[in-house]
Design a protein around this ligand. Sequence first.
Ligand SMILES: O=c1ccn([C@H]2C[C@H](O)[C@@H](CO)O2)c(=O)[nH]1
Ligand SMILES: [Zn+2]
Length: 139
Amino acid sequence: MDLNIELLAKKAIEAKEHAYVPYSHFRVGAALLTADGKIYTGCNIENAAYTPTNCAERTAFFKAVSEGERDFTAIAISGDADDYLYPCGVCRQVMSEFCKADTFQIILVKEDGTYKIFTLEELLPGAFTETELKKGQRM
Ligand SMILES: O=c1ccn([C@H]2C[C@H](O)[C@@H](CO)O2)c(=O)[nH]1
Ligand SMILES: [Zn+2]
């Protein structure tokens, strides 16, 4: 399945429209591409208690995973600033649960559509994964 970067970038920018951000006023949108070409979008959803806030990236992942998706190719992310928005550490960790570090593409998109691309490995080197967990098992 071809990666249509421009389409994924556009979907990430559009996904900001539904952001629920009464506290930060900082909208974020994400568009997650599955290996078979489906796109799941997500926005950030804030909460008066602050910590229950969900980032746009995790909203997209949790929507997709809850629909049975397990195989992902790329995610585009766009924030409400004139600069690139890098995913937070928690979202990088969620990506590492479902995506291959050396091939999953993270596309950072500015409002004007310009973008740059990283692999998950580049943004989360030395991730703690199931492999590390198994090394620690003594039974
Ligand atoms: O990668 C990120 C970083 C931050 N946020 C959200 C969380 C919060 O609603 C707001 C400010 O941190 O931006 C995201 O959605 N994705
Ligand atoms: Zn996050």
